[in-house]
Design a protein around this ligand. Structure first.
Ligand SMILES: Cc1cc2nc3c(=O)[nH]c(=O)nc-3n(C[C@H](O)[C@H](O)[C@H](O)COP(=O)(O)OP(=O)(O)OC[C@H]3O[C@@H](n4cnc5c(N)ncnc54)[C@H](O)[C@@H]3O)c2cc1C
Ligand code: FES
Length: 257
């Protein structure tokens, strides 16, 4: 897969909720082909204290306009700084990195489960599934209504279900308590998930019990982003794997968690 290391210009920042940002970056050159699950390593500009690049899933791409976008949830120095940058700022990116969600030819109906910043890879995934006529159900979980973002965008690619822990949107409870997992409704060809590890683990257990293949995209802390520093490894039944290179997408049955 062709990778680029290049400055991009920040053309717009949206702020859909407190501490949540979507940044749109314009490339001078053609954008290489990007697949659902790929990520970029972003160098946070003018921030010597954030000297390591930060990894972010690629939210969307417009090849014609050469615009690539990212969803950023501000949780620390790097993410807060990225959300506060002014339009016109140069931002250096390395991408596309990592593997991708696999979309087998026999799929007709899939479930996509996301929480927190884990919703980011699902716009590209939704687009690709729609292109292939695969019916997608998105299940988005959060603590409260304000954590449930981008549902309008997801609804372009499939049905959207929600859970919130306080019951302010969708069904009350954790994503794994949603009625979609109850017998009868839980009949998908595949499950894709991304979000906090406990959530993915719980989804993986339900998938395994029902014999449904399930892929999870891990968000381990990273440094280099391309397989050299070994700081991102995760244990699998085939030994330790680098999440940045052999992942971030793994078959949940391969993970030892
Ligand atoms: C493949 C991949 C894709 C990702 N995609 C997205 C995305 O699309 N949108 C998004 O908002 N975030 C995404 N993340 C997470 C994002 O990279 C981290 O939130 C970011 O690096 C934190 O940087 P910071 O400087 O703001 O935080 P720091 O100041 O470095 O840390 C703040 C706090 O957050 C914790 N932390 C740092 N990194 C992570 C992490 N990866 N997971 C959990 N806790 C962490 C630290 O331990 C610390 O407690 C992704 C991570 C990976 C590996
Ligand atoms: S982040 Fe360096 S090996 Fe994965």
């Amino acid at each position: 897969m062709k990778k680029i290391v290049a400055d991009h210009i920040l053309i717009k920042t949206e702020n859909p909720a407190e501490d949540n940002f979507i940044i749109y970056l314009k490339s001078e050159n053609d954008i290489p082909e990007i697949f659902p699950g790929n990520f970029a390593e972003i160098l946070v500009p003018d921030s010597p204290e954030v000297f390591l690049r930060r990894p972010f899933s690629i939210l969307d791409v417009d090849y014609k306009k050469r615009i690539i976008s990212f969803y950023i949830k501000a949780i620390g120095k790097g993410t807060s700084r990225l959300g506060a940058l002014k339009s016109g700022t140069k931002i250096n990116l390395i991408y596309p990195l990592g593997n991708r969600y696999s979309i087998e030819n026999n799929l007709t109906k899939v479930l996509i489960v996301g929480g927190g910043s884990g919703i980011a890879p699902f716009i590209l995934l939704g687009k690709e599934l729609k292109k292939r006529d695969i019916r997608a159900t998105f299940l988005i979980g959060g603590r409260s209504k304000k954590d449930i973002l981008m549902t309008e965008e997801f609804s372009k690619y499939g049905e959207v279900l929600m859970t919130t822990e306080d019951g302010t949107a969708g069904e009350k409870g954790l994503v794994t308590q949603h009625t979609v997992f109850k017998t009868g409704k839980f009949n998908f060809d595949k499950i894709y998930c991304c979000g906090p590890n406990p959530m993915m683990k719980a989804v993986g257990i339900l998938a395994r019990e029902k014999g449904i293949p399930c892929e999870a995209s891990l968000e381990n802390t990273m440094a280099c982003g391309f397989g050299v520093c070994l700081c991102c490894v995760t244990a699998t039944h085939q030994g330790n794997k680098r999440v940045c290179l052999e992942g971030p997408v793994f078959n949940v049955n391969d993970l030892t968690w």
